[in-house]
Design a binder for this molecule. Structure first.
Ligand code: RBF
Length: 281
């Protein structure tokens, strides 16, 4: 039901608006478009994660916007260069983090914080697809369903910033042909990940179990042997109704999910590779 969260700050003047916008830009927020009407204007800035947090009791660092960063010391240097008013310098919070608080405009307090690194630091992929190249293999069998999966996958890629020219769609006759084509694409070295889309319906497929097993195994094997992430958007359903549900009706769209998983896997692979480099330097 919930789609997003927007919190608004009103700038007291055009000068303050420009100052805050350039500050948020410099800090590395993803910039959104500016809107304008005769009475007002606005710009939005996006962060990868948003949360709405309730607090009870007294908070030591009063600020109503908390911005989590991964290099608090650089943020502190940047803010000092901009001559922003500090309410508190970098301090330990007592809950495994450090925080600093600024007041870039009257009655606007921003806290920047960074979690202390722990041994069990988690590495996770994120969902920015710009600069990533994807191959999509889609089966024509049950195209009524698989075309919807394809639309879901394309939607997932585009909405995450992937450019049209970085997406290659290849159609194969049926799900049985997906693994070999996925491998062919992976071996070209032109793709960061392969997204596989198909639909097997038990009622219509003799030896359904065998085909499903073979397709799944083949896709997994191609992923492991080529080292290119593959994601699985092959529906295995009892009947057409169930397939329809999973291709965009009640139960989401498995093509969309496969695309988002592909982005995450590429991002994760890149992070692990750059972490390794860091360790050997
Ligand atoms: N391909 C699919 O992607 N989904 C199916 O549900 C499906 N059912 C099939 C049922 C039969 C009886 C046959 C012969 C093929 C079916 N295929 C299906 C196609 C299969 O994946 C492959 O493309 C063809 O068998 C050609 O190798």
């Amino acid at each position: 039901m919930i789609k997003g969260l927007t919190t608004i700050r009103y700038a007291a003047s055009a000068k303050e608006y420009e100052l805050l916008a350039s500050l948020l830009d410099r800090l590395g927020f993803e910039p959104g478009e500016e809107w304008k009407n005769p009475r007002a204007r606005g710009r939005y800035f996006l962060a990868p994660v948003g949360k709405l947090e309730l607090v009870e009791g007294k908070e030591k660092f009063p600020a109503d916007i908390w911005i989590e960063v991964n290099d608090l010391d650089s943020v502190s240097v940047l803010l000092k260069k901009q001559k922003i008013k500090f309410i508190s310098e970098v301090e330990e919070t007592g809950w495994g983090s450090r925080v600093l608080v600024i007041e870039p405009a009257r009655a606007m307090r921003l806290a920047f914080w960074q979690k202390d690194r722990t041994e069990q630091d988690v590495v996770e992929g994120d969902l920015h697809a710009s600069g990533m190249r994807f191959g999509i293999v889609v089966a024509r069998w049950n195209s009524f369903i698989t075309e919807r999966l394809l639309q879901g996958a394309l939607d997932g890629l585009r909405r995450s910033g992937c450019r049209e020219q970085d997406i290659t769609v290849v159609r194969v006759p049926g799900s049985f042909e997906i693994p070999s084509q996925a491998r062919t694409l992976a071996e070209t070295g032109n793709f960061d990940a392969i997204i596989t889309l198909g639909c097997l319906i038990r009622g219509e497929t003799t030896h359904y179990e065998h085909i499903a097993t073979e397709v799944t195994r083949g896709i997994g094997q191609s992923a492991q042997e080529t080292g290119v992430p593959h994601t699985y958007g092959v529906l295995t359903c009892e009947n057409l109704e169930q397939a329809l549900d999973r291709a965009g009706l009640k139960a989401g769209n498995k093509g969309f999910e496969a695309a988002v998983s592909a982005i995450e896997m590429v991002s994760l692979k890149r992070k692990i590779a750059s972490n390794q480099q860091g360790k050997t330097r």
